[in-house]
Design a protein. Structure first.
Length: 274
């Protein structure tokens, strides 16, 4: 497989969209696997109490498992909860367990409640001999404190958009929220990447939505579209990304291509000075 250029500094992308079912988890997991397959060291942080990313990557996330909950609420070092995914040599996952469901409320009374993931991640990456090239944070479909923690920990936002009629609805709210975070909590944050998912080229509607999104966000939308594909939706039940489940399927090839695009584009320039 192709060797991609690797970033010099760890790129942290939060995969976010307040809508559920638009392909956030599928995108986080499969882009991570696609980059790992092409030679990158990649971490997925599962920040959704549903734990779908943990399931899809085949890592343990029973209630007793050390998880992102312990990091955010109990100050456990991230290094103590990272698991290696069974798929590729350099693909790792911080699992989410059912305990995370209570974290939104527990966070409210904690100090630095918006910064807890960022602090843990910064410390972990600083202590690594070979830091990750990419970190993907899989967000829940809401704008609570968990998602805010993801926005504060990341420099890039990746928005998956499903090619359907209501695609652009709610997006302006998401962008407004990201702007607020940028202004008050994380000046480095930028929407770097938009990925069109569950695309069905046979429908005019999907084509039109794709074109609309490209018109609105010419710099962010990747050329690659992710087609609707049964293989993509089957893979999680085998605890696998579609990349391992069926490497040559259309879904796998499109995620590999999207990952290559992200790698070739590199990290965005940020307005804030470092
Ligand atoms: P979110 O994390 O935004 O809630 P998911 O990634 O869980 O969304 O996707 C929602 C559902 O759509 C899942 O059942 C998933 O398997 C399915 N799905 C996602 N992407 C595709 C695709 N490209 N083709 C077919 N099914 C998909
Ligand atoms: Mg999800």
């Amino acid at each position: 497989s192709e060797r991609l250029p690797q970033p010099e500094k760890t790129r942290v992308l939060t995969v976010s969209n307040q809508k559920g079912g638009v392909g956030k988890t599928t995108t986080a997991v499969n882009l991570a696997a696609a980059l790992a397959r092409q030679g990158a060291r990649v971490l997925v942080i599962d920040l959704d109490p549903q734990g779908n990313a943990s399931t899809a990557l085949g890592v343990e996330h029973r209630a007793e498992t050390r998880s992102v909950y312990d990091v955010i609420i109990n100050d456990m070092p991230l290094a103590d909860v990272v698991q290696k995914s069974p798929e590729f040599g350099a693909l790792f996952c911080v699992p989410a367990t059912i305990h995370l469901a209570g974290a939104e409320i527990e966070l409210v009374s904690l100090v630095a409640r918006e910064q807890r993931l960022r602090r843990a991640l910064d410390l972990h990456v600083r202590e690594m001999t070979d830091p990750y090239h990419y970190v993907f944070i899989d967000c829940p479909p809401s704008l609570g404190l968990l998602t805010i923690n993801a926005f504060v920990a990341a420099r890039e936002v990746l928005i998956p958009i499903q090619c359907e009629y209501y695609a652009l609805e709610g997006l302006s709210q998401l962008l407004k929220n990201i702007e607020l975070i940028e202004k008050h909590l994380n000046p480095d944050l930028a929407v770097s990447t938009i990925l069109l998912t569950m695309y069905d080229s046979r429908t005019n509607l999907a084509n039109q939505v794709a074109q609309d999104v490209r018109d609105h966000f010419p710099d962010q939308v990747l050329d690659t579209l992710i087609p609707r594909s049964v293989r993509v939706s089957e893979a999680p039940s085998y605890g696998q990304s579609v990349i391992s489940y069926d490497l040559n399927s259309a879904g796998s090839l499109s995620y590999l291509e999207a990952a290559a695009e992200i790698a070739r584009r590199g990290a965005p320039e940020t307005g804030a000075q470092q």
